[in-house]
Design a protein around this ligand. Structure first.
Ligand code: NAD
Ligand code: IPM
Ligand code: MN
Length: 357
């Protein structure tokens, strides 16, 4: 029997609440399959740990995580700890240390998910964002000069390496080719006259190896507009770290809300563990009240199953989410219901069981 060793970093706020449901669902999938099992190891890292120890993770945390097949992460961030400390010393540190340079984020409307857009059919919103995940605007390079003086200056560099751009763009072309879909590159070369001119150039260069893939290029401002006005023009999308962050929250909003949006942080070479997470934050406004929607985390679990080669189970989980949504009886308040986080998790488990009868 295959055992998947999963490092669980439930983190802060609603993180532990939604992760508990993700684990419940994964355990049920393994039980029903019978051919594999999950071994979950919990790490108490996050803002509480920081308040006690002055660190967001153990000093040898990255070393400890190397032994796992995947990381399942809830959310990071809490009032009282500066966000740039909590995120840089945990979530971003893992993405960068493990070279998880692909951030795969589906923006897919499924039956029963409430879109605020008018007249959009389910099949008209089926995008996959391939977000660059280790450099670009998030390189962490810059300086802060003359602090607290009248001539204070801050500089935040964007770092776009040839290797970094080529590999994410190539990954997106491969995905588009294998799924026989179009590929849209989103950039901003009219204003960002170094980084995005370079990005566009590499998109063209790599594209010469993929004459079979239909391509489009959009400026990010226009892309945001078209995602709302005409979402069906997007299939596979490749973009930079910051643009991908912003546009996938927009994507979440049009595809049913933050409670449904998931992301996979992939190291495609599998030299290091990949990480699966809901894309929402720790939602301090609803934490500890059983109101958090766990379906984004269940969707992230589905991405984990895909990554392990269990695509049929990955798809089955999405079908179960869809079934919970269309039935509409057990939903959290963000989707107009009154159910608690664990009731929604239980409902997904019930749907898994029904589908297996
Ligand atoms: P957020 O995603 O935490 O919350 C935005 C809004 O969406 C809130 O109203 C929240 O209640 C709602 N929401 C989010 N997830 C939900 C869910 N599963 N079910 C129902 N409603 C949900 O974003 P924010 O408020 O900008 O950030 C809060 C904290 O989280 C900050 O510290 C931020 O830095 C951090 N953050 C962490 C991650 C991460 O760990 N991946 C991502 C984004 C933000
Ligand atoms: C996300 C989050 C993170 C990001 C933050 C918390 C650093 O917003 O995963 O979308 O911007 O990558
Ligand atoms: Mn984000």
């Amino acid at each position: 029997m295959t055992t998947y060793k999963i490092a669980v970093i439930a983190g802060d706020g609603i993180g532990p609440e939604v992760i508990a449901e993700g684990i419940k669902v994964l355990d049920e999938v393994a039980r029903l399959d019978g051919g594999f099992r999950f071994e979950f190891t919990h790490f108490p890292w996050g803002c509480e740990y920081y308040k006690e120890t002055g660190r967001m993770m153990a000093e040898d945390g990255i070393e400890q995580l190397k032994a796992f097949d995947a990381i399942f992460l809830g959310a990071v961030g809490a009032p009282g700890v500066p966000d740039h400390v909590s995120l840089w010393d945990l979530l971003l540190k893992i993405r960068k240390s493990f070279d998880q340079y692909i951030n795969l984020r589906p923006v897919k409307l499924i039956a029963g998910a409430p879109t605020p857009l008018k007249d959009v059919a389910i099949e008209d919103m089926d995008m996959t964002f391939v977000r660059e995940n280790t450099e670009g605007e998030y390189a962490g390079s810059g300086s802060w000069l003359f602090r607290n003086q009248p001539n204070e200056v801050v500089i935040q560099d964007g770092v776009f390496s040839r290797k970094g751009c080529e590999r994410v763009i190539r990954y997106a072309y491969e995905l588009a080719r294998s799924q026989k879909k179009s590929l849209t590159s989103i950039s901003k070369a009219n204003a960002l006259n170094y980084s995005m001119v370079f990005w566009d150039q590499i998109f063209k260069e790599v594209g010469s190896e993929y004459p079979d893939v239909e391509t489009r290029s959009l400026l990010v401002d226009a892309a945001a507009m078209f995602m709302v006005k005409d979402p069906k023009r997007f299939e596979i999308v490749v973009t930079s770290n910051l643009f991908g962050d912003i546009l996938t929250d927009l994507g979440a909003a049009i595809a049913g809300g933050m409670g449904l949006a998931a992301g996979a942080n992939l190291n495609p070479e599998r030299n290091f563990p990949s990480m699966f997470e809901p894309i929402h934050g720790s939602a301090p406004d609803i934490a500890g009240q059983g109101k958090a929607n766990p379906l984004a985390t269940v969707w992230a679990a589905s991405q984990m199953l895909d990554f392990f080669g269990h695509e049929a189970w990955g798809k089955r989980l999405i079908d179960c989410i869809e079934s919970v949504l269309t039935e509409g009886e057990v939903l959290t308040p963000d989707l107009g219901g009154t159910a608690t986080t664990d009731q929604v998790g239980d409902r997904v488990v019930a749907k898994l069981k029904e589908a297996s009868l």
